[in-house]
Design a protein around this ligand. Sequence first.
Ligand SMILES: Nc1ncnc2c1ncn2[C@@H]1O[C@H](COP(=O)(O)OP(=O)(O)OP(=O)(O)O)[C@@H](O)[C@H]1O
Length: 347
Amino acid sequence: MTDQHDVQQPVIQMKNLSVRFPAPGGSITAVRNLSYTLSPGSISGILGESGSGKSVSSRSLADLAAGGTRQAESLRYRGKDLMNMQEDELGRIRGNEIAYIFQNPRESLNPYTSIGTQFRQLLRTSSRQSFSESFRQSFRHSSRGAGRAEEAREEQIHRALEEAGLPETERILQMFPHQLSGGQNQRVNIAMALLLRADVIIADEPTSAVDSHLRGQILSLLERINREHGTTILIITHDFAVIRRLCSRVLVMYGGLLVEDGPVEEIMSIPRHPYTRELLQCSASLESASESADGGKSTRQAGIFRRLRSAIALSIPCGPKGNRTGSTGDIQAFSHSNQPLSSAGPD
Ligand SMILES: Nc1ncnc2c1ncn2[C@@H]1O[C@H](COP(=O)(O)OP(=O)(O)OP(=O)(O)O)[C@@H](O)[C@H]1O
C-alpha cells in the first residue's frame, strides 16, 4: 500500500508501449507508442471504443495480453522494471499489488472451486506482507497460534466480502461462480483486491455486466476503496459517464493510439481532438435518450461509434509531425499537461 511506498514516485510509468499480435501474413499492432504515468492514489480512466486497445494496453502491464508481444521504452511499477522482470516476481506483483477486475468477472474465478476455497487459496499464495501476514505474525508465538491465525484469516475474508457489499458472507463462500450473478461475481473480485490490499486496481469495464442500479453501487465502492485505502485505480471504459463520475484524469484512445490526455474537467470543457469532441457530444445525446431496461443503450452506442468512425475519417487533422504534441501515426494527439503523449511515429 502507499504508506510503504515512496509517495512521490509514480505508481505506473509507461513509455512508448506497443503490443503486436500475430496475424495471417504478418502481425497487427493493437497498441502503438502509448505513454502515461499514474500517480499514487489517483483514479484515472482510459476511454475509447471497442477495439481501441484499452484492455490490451492495461493487461500488458503485467504481461497478461495472451498471445501478444509487448515492447516498451520503459514500463515500471513503483520504479520496478516490468519488462525485464523474472516471471516469479511478476507473478507476485500481478494479482497482489496490481489487481485486475475483468469485464467478465467470471474470467478471473475458477469455475470448479467454491468462492471460499478460492479466497483461502488466495491468502495462502499471497506472498505480500499484507494484513494477513501481520495477523499470522502476531499469533506465531502463541500455543494456540495456528488456530487463531486461521480464525483471523477467516475473519479477514468475511470482512472483505462485507466491505465489497456482500453481507451474506457464509452463503457466498459456499457458492461456485456460476451460482452468483454478474454483479456478485464482480464484488467477489473487488473483495479479493481488498483482501490483498492491492496497491493498484485495474478495473476493465467493471460495470458492463451489471444493471444501472448495481453500476452505481460498484462505482461507489471503487471510489470508497480509493478514498479509504489510497488505492490507485485505473478504469477502462467506453462510457464517458463512468469517467465523469469517478476519474480526475482521462486518456482517450482510438485505434491503438492515445489521442488526448488530461484532467477530466478540462477535457470536458475544452476537448481538443475531434474524436474526443464527438465522443462527448455522443455521450451527452446518449444520456438524454431514454434507456430501455434491456440494454438498448449498447445498440445505440454501437451506432454512435459507427458514426464516430465516419466523422473521424473526415475530420482528423493530419498536419506535419513537427507541429504535433505527440506523434500518433496520422492522428494528431493532444496532451493537456504539456507533456508529449508519445515520442515515436508509426512503425
Ligand atoms: N489474442 C489476440 N489476438 C489477436 N488480436 C487481439 C488479441 N487480443 C486483442 N486483439 C486485438 O487488439 C485490439 C485491441 O483489443 P482490446 O481488447 O484492447 O480492445 P478494447 O479497447 O479493450 O475493446 P473492448 O472495449 O471491446 O474490450 C483489437 O483489434 C483486438 O482484436
